[in-house]
Design a protein around this ligand. Structure first.
Ligand SMILES: *Cc1c(COP(=O)(O)O)cnc(C)c1O
Length: 417
């Protein structure tokens, strides 16, 4: 019998040995200590486990609490009844009901962009990035794809497929000098980056626009964390500040976080109708997998209506007030920013104990610690929302201080929208 081959993987862009090897230790430890793997029923903003423990979840990304808004719930139910089918399962490029077209019109008007929807941001990025890599979404030139080191995993996952279409590199976080170097070297560059990071902070959109002007650089933003929570009518950070809203900028933003529904919006500017067809036909899962379903569309339509009213501004202001209250009670690196996520620093030795104490006191905040983050950067991730009460935030911060978190030395500047 001939000797059979052992495979040596290339691991140029991903490595499951490392991912599972390192990640699983973190998850097992979290679950063993009762701060992951939690199951609870949600009622009136409070989760209740089978053994009767009640807690408020401080790690939910529904920053405006639109996910439980009665109009959004009704929107989902009514839409399903109105269209009579959850998903008419055939590629929309062949036959479709008007359900997605109505939503795309509405979101297009709301955000001032051409909108294509997809079932998730992950699906959209998986499909769009290789089309950009091959030059089919853009100006026909294959760009060097520069992925920011901190780009969300749903973006980084597209590296191997992009690398089969063009060259791919990973840059340091927000490294504008490196980008400019690459722009001088390559005919075209596409930078892939989060508009708003999941651990806090925003992309330097104005500086990037300068590079876009100077070198015709393309930027692919994932602005999932700031849609709804930020900007007039909730247009998000990128669309509030980028002066380069044209063919050089493509943005995806989930409708499942601040927007409170489900699905994602691909926001395009200045592209002709044919580009929309290319996307619908060839952007991976957009062509061959399911679409946003009628219930998610109905929820999104209702949320879009709320975005057009004063209620959105009120919700944003309540969110900002809650962020300011939190910042007045606890010191974090994110203090003073409009960004709704805070990482409360703890040591690797105390972070699990901290999360357990917080949970026992009736709140959930998620611990991040070595080995999923570098040693010395452990912490408890807390997210502020419009619907949290002053009492809840004060009590949470008290417990966090008892667990070793630091109150601020000086009061931070209050946040402004
Ligand atoms: C949450 C998140 C996603 C995932 O969004 P889905 O629409 O659920 O796929 C993608 N990108 C970023 C930056 C996120 O924060």
């Amino acid at each position: 019998m001939s000797e059979r081959k052992t495979i040596t993987p290339a691991h140029r862009y991903r490595n499951n040995d490392k991912l599972v090897g390192i990640g699983n230790r973190f998850w097992n430890m979290s679950e063993e200590h009762g701060v992951a793997g939690i199951v609870g029923d949600l009622n009136d903003g409070v989760l209740r486990t089978a053994d009767g423990h009640e807690f408020v979840n401080f790690t939910v990304c529904s920053y405006l609490d639109l996910d439980t808004h009665p109009k959004v719930i009704d929107g989902a139910v009514d839409s399903l009844r109105r269209f009579g089918v959850l998903d008419h399962c055939i590629p929309r490029t062949r036959v479709q009901t008007p359900v997605l077209l109505e939503l795309e019109d509405s979101l297009g008007e709301l955000f001032g962009a051409e909108v294509v929807t997809a079932i998730s941001t992950a699906a959209a990025s998986t499909g769009l990035l290789p089309l950009i890599a091959s030059g089919h979404l853009g100006n026909g030139v294959r760009p060097l794809m520069v992925f920011d080191k901190n780009a969300h995993v749903s973006l980084a996952n597209a590296k191997p497929t992009c690398a089969d279409e063009t060259e791919v590199v990973t840059s340091r976080h927000h490294d504008l000098d490196f980008l400019e170097d690459m722009c001088r070297t390559y005919e075209r560059v596409c930078y892939v980056v989060d508009g708003s990071d999941s651990l806090g902070g925003y992309a330097p959109v104005r500086e990037l626009a300068e590079l876009q002007d100077k070198y015709n650089m393309m930027v692919f933003y994932d602005d999932s964390h700031s849609l709804s929570a930020y900007g007039r009518r909730g247009i998000g950070y990128v669309r509030s500040h980028s002066p380069a809203l044209d063919q050089r900028t493509v943005t995806v933003a989930t409708l499942s976080k601040g927007f409170g529904a489900g699905g994602t919006a691909i926001l395009l500017d200045g592209y002709p109708k044919e580009t929309r067809r290319i996307i619908e036909r060839f952007a991976g899962p957009l062509g061959y997998s399911q679409k946003m379903n009628a219930a998610a569309v109905g929820a999104a339509m209702a949320s879009a209506e709320i975005h057009r009213t004063e209620e959105l501004t009120e919700l944003q202001n309540r969110l900002y007030a809650n962020i300011a209250l939190f910042d007045s009670l606890l010191a974090t690196e994110q203090s003073g920013s409009t960004y709704p996520i805070r990482v409360v620093p703890m040591s690797d030795d105390t972070v699990i104990d901290g999360a357990q104490r917080v949970f026992a006191a009736g709140f959930y905040v998620s611990p991040v610690f070595f080995p999923i983050v570098a040693r010395g950067t452990a912490g408890l991730r807390a997210m502020l929302r419009a619907g949290q009460t002053e009492e809840q935030i004060r009590r949470l911060c008290e417990v966090l201080v008892e667990a070793g978190a630091r109150p601020p030395t000086a009061l931070p500047e209050p946040v402004a929208p």
